[in-house]
Design a protein around this ligand. Structure first.
Ligand code: DAT
Ligand code: MG
Length: 153
């Protein structure tokens, strides 16, 4: 199945640093299909919903403040094993532990400003939950990507 969808977003630091294009380009080049994207401002309520799993952690307030501090670029990417593949391309949570070649390993130095979010592939249902949280159904586009016959055997 090539139709797994995953939620990804460039965080406020990545937007301000002009990294949207590079990040989108990486996923395009990998062969994933972009099915939705928008520049948006996250409000307090959405931040709490999105990061609910971390609400009891000491870094939660700072995380909410950061993610609401400027626009984010929210995306949905589709493809074979998309969630796990995107997580691999992102690197580790801490950019300092992330290999060169990964997004966090190429663009980040600090845990609090790690450039990108992607749904957790170990959390069953995180994808769907986050896509629903950020996108209306009519914001996701169904289409065939003509290069798919070359990406997939
Ligand atoms: P990830 O974004 O890799 O899925 P996560 O879900 O564990 O990581 O945490 C969400 C975000 O919270 C993460 O991107 C950066 C921030 N964060 C995580 N652990 C932190 C910590 N110990 N101190 C400060 N910020 C942290
Ligand atoms: Mg996470």
């Amino acid at each position: 199945h090539h139709d797994e969808r995953t939620f990804v977003m460039v965080k406020p630091d990545g937007v301000q640093r002009g990294l949207i294009g590079d990040i989108v380009s990486r996923f395009e080049q990998r062969g994933l299909k972009l099915v939705g994207a928008k520049l948006m401002q996250i409000d307090e309520e959405l931040a709490h919903d999105h990061y609910g799993e971390h609400k009891d952690k000491p870094f939660f307030d700072g995380l909410v403040e950061f993610i609401t501090s400027g626009p984010v670029f929210a995306m949905v990417w589709e493809g074979a094993d998309a969630t796990r593949q995107v997580r691999g391309m992102m690197g580790e949570t801490d950019p300092a532990d992330s290999a060169p070649g990964t997004i966090r390993g190429d663009f980040g130095l600090d845990l609090g400003h790690n450039v990108i979010h992607g749904s957790d592939h170990e959390d069953e249902g995180a994808n769907e939950r986050e896509i629903d949280l950020f996108f209306d159904e009519d914001e996701l586009v169904d289409y065939d990507l003509s290069n798919a016959v070359w990406v997939y055997e």
